[in-house]
Ligand binder design. Sequence first.
Ligand SMILES: [Zn+2]
Ligand SMILES: [Zn+2]
Length: 370
Amino acid sequence: SARDGDVVRDAVLAFPELSEVVGSGETKTSFVTREGMQVDVRTVHPDQVGSALLYFTGSKVHNIQLRQRAIDRGWLLSEYGLFEGEKVVASKTEKEIYRDLGLDFIPPPLREGSGEIEAAAEGALPRLIQRKHIRGDLHYHSTRSGDGRSSPEKMVEAAIAAGYEYVAFTEHGEDLAINGSNRREMLSHRNRLRRLGEKYPEVRILFGCELNIGADGELDYDPEFRLEFDYCVASIHSHFDLPPERQTARILRVLEDPAVNAIGHLTGRYLGRRPGVELDVDAVLEGLAITGVALEINGALQRLDASAEVARQAVAQGVDVVIDTDAHHVSDLIRMEYGVTYAQRGWVPRARVLNARPIEKVLEKVAARR
Ligand SMILES: [Zn+2]
Ligand SMILES: [Zn+2]
C-alpha cells in the first residue's frame, strides 16, 4: 500500500526477476518475470489493504459467497471495503472484514467456496498444519539413488539447517532400473548413515527405502529384507496405463506388507506432462485407514500428489497424512513449504500429520505395523 504510485513503480523496476514492464498506470503496474509469469502490482490506499487483498485473493466462488453474506446483512462488500451505505464497516484488514461478517478468519488456502464459510461461521475451521509444526522429512534421496544429486552428508546438513529432528533416507529400491540400489549397496549405505548419525547427533537419521509398487503390487527385495529398513514409502513408478481396478488392487496389496509405512505420490501424476493413474480413491483410503499406512502429500511442484481433494477426504476418513519433499538435492528442501501450503488446501490439521509428531511417535507407528 502507498499513497505514491511512483514509489511502487520504482520498486517494480528494481525487482531482480523483472523481464519487462507490460503496463503502467496510476494504480496498477504489470510486468513479466524472467520465467514468463505476469505479475500485476496494485497500489491501494492503506485503509483498504484488507478489502483489496481479500478481493484479489479469490477464489471467485468464495468472494461471491462473502458478498452474498454482506448483502444478507444489508451491506456491500467490494475491493474498497465493507459498506453500510456510505459508511465503512471494515476495510483495513481481512480479519476485521471476516469478523464483521460473523466469521472466523479464513486462511487463503481454504478460500475455495467448499464449505469454509459455513465452518468459519460455526467456529469449526480445522487447526491447519503449518510449516513450523513439521519435525522431519520422511521421503528423501541422496546420491545413493541414481537420480540423487547431493551426498548423504550434504543432505543431513540440509535437514539440520531446516530445523528437522529426524530424516528418513528413502533411496530407490532395486526394482527401479538404473536408479535403484541392490541389497549390498543398501547395507553399505546403512553403515554410512550410521556414521553420519554419530557425526550429527542433533538429527535422527532413519535408514529407509522408496519401494516400487509392481504391476500386481509386488515389492522390491523380499519380506525379511524389507524389514531391515527403519521406514518405507511405497510408490508407483511404472505401469501407469493399467485399468483402474488393477491400479486399486496393486495398492491394496501393498498395504498388507508390514514394511510399508506410507504410499508416495499416490497417482504418479506429473502436472502439465502426465495425468495420474485412475483408481478407486474410496477403496484406497479405506485401506489406509484400516492398516494405518499414511497418505503422502508430495511437495514437488510437478507432483502435489495426493491432491488436496483426496487429502481432505483422507483426513475425514481418519487417514494419517505425511508431507514430504522427495528431495533429490539440497535445493529441493523448499518443497516442504509447498507441501504444507497444499495440505492446507486439503484442510489437513496438524493432528493428522505423521511428520508433525515426535520421532518416538513415528517409530511407535512403524513398530505397530510389524
Ligand atoms: Zn517416487
Ligand atoms: Zn522419491
